[in-house]
Design a binder for this molecule. Structure first.
Ligand code: PNS
Length: 162
């Protein structure tokens, strides 16, 4: 019987950046299938709706045949269980990310011991990149072309410059 190893790449993705895409591309080489999941972060006010974020993610990951995009409003651990995921993949930029990510990893393991959290270190050129930085730069008319995937650049710029 063919056993596919499925991983979830969760995040707010508001919007997806080149840093996210780098982690998704690398995860897609490690696992048979990767679900990029737009999940809810209660401590953040989103700029794009979950559906808009999924649409942007679909466009940016169209070149990755084993990547699917989905959204979920419940607990990540429950979604991972429903999909039979073996891993939750997160990107780590700097030590400043670690404490928060470590806390989430331990909580998720308690809620669902079958999905192992795997951290991929971000590429050096994306160390400083975050969705909130991209939004700030775009709002003040700055150039975000090297921070977001080319497939979504125009849409994100137009939307955030308004
Ligand atoms: O990109 P972010 O905002 O750092 O991603 C955080 C996210 C969305 C992955 C996290 O908040 C999450 O998993 N939300 C789903 C609800 C949940 O399971 N919360 C408990 C996490 S321990």
């Amino acid at each position: 019987m063919l056993f596919l190893k499925l991983a979830i790449c969760p995040g707010s993705f508001d919007p997806i950046t080149n840093g996210h895409l780098d982690v998704i591309e690398r995860a897609s080489k490690l696992f048979d299938k990767v679900v990029v999941l737009v999940a809810m972060n209660a401590s953040k006010n989103a700029m794009f709706t979950p559906e808009e974020r999924c649409e942007l993610l679909c466009r940016a990951t169209v070149h990755l045949p084993n990547v699917e995009v989905d959204t979920y409003s419940g607990l990540l651990a429950d979604y991972a269980r429903e999909r039979g995921a073996v891993a939750i993949v997160k990107g780590l930029r700097a030590m400043s990310d670690f404490e928060y990510e470590f806390q989430m990893a331990l909580t998720n393991r308690k809620l669902n011991p079958y999905a192992e959290t795997v951290f991929l270190n971000t590429s050096a050129e994306n160390m400083y990149l975050s969705s909130s930085m991209v939004k700030q730069i775009a709002r003040f008319g700055g150039d975000i072309s090297s921070f977001v995937p080319s497939e979504i650049y125009e849409e994100v710029k137009t939307r955030l410059c308004k």
